[in-house]
Design a protein around this ligand. Structure first.
Ligand code: SME
Length: 154
């Protein structure tokens, strides 16, 4: 695998560690570089809930319980969730009725899951193994190169 997307992401954000900058840029980067994506963005654990952060796409749910939806499932299990058909996922939260498939990544800081990165598509089974892995590498790079020390509300 060539990891072109990862290389592009790294070169674009090489000298940047600010959370707002990097989370905004990552949402836009995913929307711009990956076809057939309807929404890309963050939910961070804040005040005992998953609260929406930087994103690109239609207006989405603001707050999600830690154990609800695909995002909550990702957060509580700490595992990447790939949902080929959101209508067959019990408890899926439909922020956008046109959503068909989804992938959600857990975001770890100091060995704790502090949020998730969520991507939706209007296409069924949009996220194959190759793209899932590539975005996972980008999410890991994002967490390793972003400064979370100034923010302690997790
Ligand atoms: N579908 C998600 C909710 C977030 S929106 O897709 C942006 C879920 O089931 O957790």
């Amino acid at each position: 695998m060539s990891h072109l997307l990862l290389a592009q992401w790294r070169s674009m954000t090489a000298d940047e560690s600010d959370l707002l900058v990097k989370s905004s840029q990552l949402s836009a980067f995913i929307m711009q570089t990956i076809e057939d994506i309807s929404w890309a963005g963050f939910y961070w654990k804040r005040q005992g809930q998953l609260v929406v952060g930087a994103y690109q796409g239609p207006v989405a749910c603001t707050r999600i319980a830690l154990d609800k939806g695909v995002c909550g499932n990702c957060f509580t299990t700490g595992k990447v969730q790939i949902v080929d058909d959101v209508h067959s996922f019990a408890g899926h939260i439909a922020c956008d009725i046109n959503s068909a498939s989804e992938v959600v990544y857990p975001l770890f800081y100091d060995d704790r899951c502090i949020g998730v990165f969520d991507i939706d598509s209007y296409k069924l089974a949009r996220f194959d193994e190759t793209i899932v892995k590539e975005i996972e590498l980008i999410c890991k790079d994002f967490m390793l190169t972003t400064d979370f020390t100034l923010i302690n509300h997790w």
